[in-house]
Design a protein around this ligand. Structure first.
Ligand SMILES: *Cc1c(COP(=O)(O)O)cnc(C)c1O
Length: 416
């Protein structure tokens, strides 16, 4: 087992401007957590806020909290906090539902705005839920929604005047490859296509400039680099031109809390002004309170520093792996240029699953992605250079001494 307490500071940690933020988090004992790209760590602020929301707001103030604690506007308040991390102007981001559901809403909106065109263009190795949502819409809309898949490196050149929507995830969940959003958006606009960007592996890990890059729609998770908790509500962004130009309903999941006057309880749906119409039902207040508190940690944090540290951590990881002679056993499948990467690295090995289990047994939490990749996520708010050094040392023992061959590391659970 690893001991992360009481160890001498790594020289790279001493010059890290974000190093003190680690104290904001609950770091599990004897654990090096390198899976923040799947589920971020719990922070003390979230713990306190959820306890207060439970005891005071729900416990004592009960239903009056919808007004008294402004529960009713929490999706928009939290949305604006997320908006600041992704380069969105106020009033254009909402925190609600899951990324999958939000994809359904923005795909429907984009196809409706770009009516006359039917092709949703995406990449073969996009995150499956993104592709499933298009397949579901195709089942519903028939030929009014068709999916065309191309290899990631051909995406830009495949955008044509037939394309209705370019659906892309900025950072590939397996390889960590980062797509050039500015170029993608420019090509889409030249061809009259709309852009939908999935920021699941970007938001909270690096600067994002949605407005500046003229992205039409974006979605993403809050439970990864934003540390908002398991299954925390996702976000959805709509560009100003779509909210201003369209007074009609933009998305088909008409819900009472996206209605212009929910408490008039009228029979017919009429969309609320602005981003509010993208809300469907009652917001999950406990989970939203967690997102709200998780985002407070980003206040005063320069996302350029977050990106610098993310790049620093991944470079250091590769350096240490090279020094340990590991890269010839398990080559990186991530781009070699850090500028083309998100905040993770992935390595290929026939026994990647068992290696990951052996790492977990040593207190190093990484994850495995089928069929044969070990994924290492770097969360600049709480990971340290000292952790990287120790984790790679543990990996070296496992790989060089073939500890991964032990029977106990071959057992797979329902979630991998
Ligand atoms: C994690 C992830 C999701 C998850 O979607 P949910 O609906 O929140 O489960 C979606 N897209 C990408 C690219 C992801 O990495």
């Amino acid at each position: 087992m690893l001991t992360t307490q009481n160890s001498a500071k790594h020289s790279l940690d001493l010059s890290d401007p974000l190093a003190k933020l680690r104290n904001e988090f609950h770091i599990p004992a004897d654990t090096i957590y390198l899976d923040g790209n799947s589920l971020g760590l719990l922070s003390h602020g979230v713990q306190e806020r959820v306890a207060r929301t439970l005891q005071q707001e729900w416990g004592n103030d009960v239903i009056t909290s919808w007004n008294k604690h402004n529960w009713i506007n929490l999706p928009l308040i939290v949305g604006d906090k997320i908006g600041r991390l992704i380069g969105a102007p106020a009033g254009h981001t909402v925190c609600c539902d899951s990324t999958s559901i939000n994809l359904f809403k923005v795909l429907s909106a984009a196809l409706q705005i770009n009516h006359g065109r039917t092709e949703v263009l995406s990449t073969e190795d996009n995150f499956p839920t993104d592709l499933y949502m298009v397949q579901g819409l195709h089942k519903l809309l028939g030929e009014r929604c068709t999916l065309r898949l191309v290899p990631e490196n051909e995406l830009l050149d495949s955008i044509t005047s037939e394309t209705a929507v370019v659906l892309a995830t900025e950072v590939n969940f397996r390889t960590g490859r980062r797509l050039p959003l500015a170029e993608l958006s420019q090509k889409a606009r030249e061809q009259g296509a709309l852009s939908i960007i999935d920021l699941a592996h970007s938001a909270g890990a690096m600067p994002v400039a949605l407005l500046e890059n003229h992205i039409d729609f974006a979605v993403g998770c809050t439970y990864k680099y934003m540390n908002a908790g398991p299954g925390a509500p996702a976000f959805l962004y709509v560009a100003p031109r779509h909210l201003e130009e369209h007074s009609k309903p933009l998305q088909p999941l008409f819900g009472w809390l996206g209605h212009a006057e929910p408490f008039a309880f009228s029979v017919d749906y009429a969309p609320a002004q602005g981003i509010r119409q993208f809300i469907t039902g009652t917001p999950p207040i406990l989970a939203l309170a967690a997102v709200d508190a998780a985002l407070d940690i980003f206040e005063g944090v320069d996302m350029a520093d977050v990106r610098d540290k993310s790049v620093g951590l991944s470079k250091y990881w590769l350096e240490r792996m090279a020094a340990e002679g590991l890269l010839e056993h398990m080559p990186s499948i991530s781009p070699s240029d850090a500028a083309e990467r998100g905040s993770q690295l992935a390595f290929e090995h026939e026994h990647a699953f068992a290696i990951c289990q052996a790492l977990i047994a040593e207190g190093v939490i990484a994850d495995f992605r089928a069929p044969k990749y070990l994924r290492i996520g770097f969360s600049p708010l709480y990971n340290s250079y000292a952790e990287i050094e120790k984790a790679v040392a543990a990996l070296a023992v496992i790989v060089h001494e073939r500890h991964y061959q032990r029977a106990e590391f071959q057992q797979r659970g329902a979630v991998t």
